[in-house]
Design a protein around this ligand. Structure first.
Ligand code: SIN
Length: 279
């Protein structure tokens, strides 16, 4: 098998061809994919016909499977706990992940990666996903701001995200919350990255709330409005996209009201909580 790689932008994203990921993959191929994953952060595999088990098996090559807290908390009853369904019917009022975020950063150990397999794309041609490189987001900050943020932690609260979907926890139900470094060190590359996002981060700890709000909203605007950090993936049916959830944020573009889109996501865990980058 000859893997071909075509970068989407110099900083983030690559289309991978020449590989049928439903087939058993040897050690060298997995090692090459790991290398590409760490280099490009977002890998796009098109024209893949995958059963749920194929999807999970491909993900298991990289790490163990994560169970989404909506399953653990009992909010999401039934279904396969290792599959997070992203189903947007034509008449849906809202879809999943419309704001910039990294997946469930409220977990004490957030997933290292997510692998979303989209089988139904909207008939109006919409439903793309944006991805942003959080190494670059950090690197573009001024030295003064880097120094201010280094060593600080932020509180991530899953209920913020639930509220965005109008979901309230019932008495006795629990959802994850965690404190993470704002500037984290990637466990595999050692590079510093910005680790706060508007869907899960509640506040920067140990500073006044208004200062936290000011800093976080500035950082979110910087990520959302800085095209240099970003790439955009246009889905075609049967595409799997794998992204590094430690150093990438993403946003699902809801420009397809009146049309259906369907995908299933598997996330994986390396078991390593985000660690603070050192000065
Ligand atoms: C998500 O994983 O947050 C949703 C991404 C998408 O549907 O494109």
């Amino acid at each position: 098998m000859i893997i071909e790689v075509s970068a989407i932008t110099p900083g983030i994203g690559a289309e991978i061809t020449g590989l049928d990921i439903s087939q058993p993959l040897d050690k060298d191929t997995i090692a090459r994919l790991r290398e590409l994953f760490l280099r490009h952060l977002v890998l796009v595999f098109r024209d893949q016909v995958l059963s749920r088990e194929d999807h999970k098996q491909f993900a298991r090559h990289f790490a163990e499977l994560h169970v989404h807290p909506s399953h653990r908390s009992g909010l999401n009853k039934g279904g396969d706990p290792e599959i997070f369904v992203i189903d947007t019917p034509a008449d849906a009022k809202q879809s999943n992940g419309e704001a910039w975020h990294s997946d469930v950063s409220c977990e004490a150990v957030p997933p290292m990666a997510s692998l979303l397999y989209v089988t139904k794309v909207p008939d109006n041609g919409g439903g793309d996903t944006m991805f942003a490189n959080m190494y670059e987001a950090f690197s573009e900050l001024s030295n003064d701001l880097k120094t201010l943020l280094m060593g600080k932690t932020a509180f991530h609260d899953g209920e913020i995200d639930l509220r965005n979907y109008g979901i309230r926890l019932a008495a006795g139900q629990q959802y994850p919350q965690a404190s993470h470094p704002i500037i984290a060190r990637h466990p595999d590359t050692g590079r510093p990255l910005l680790f706060v996002n508007g869907s899960f981060t509640s506040h920067i700890e140990d500073i006044p709330r208004w200062e936290s709000d000011m800093l976080l909203s500035g950082l979110y605007d910087f990520v959302a409005t800085n095209a240099r950090l970003q790439c955009r993936v246009k889905w075609t049916p049967n595409t799997l996209v794998m992204w590094d959830n430690r150093c990438v944020q993403h946003q699902a573009i809801r420009d397809y009201a009146g049309f259906a889109r369907y995908g299933e996501r598997v996330s994986i865990l390396d078991g390593k909580p985000p660690e603070a980058a050192q000065h």
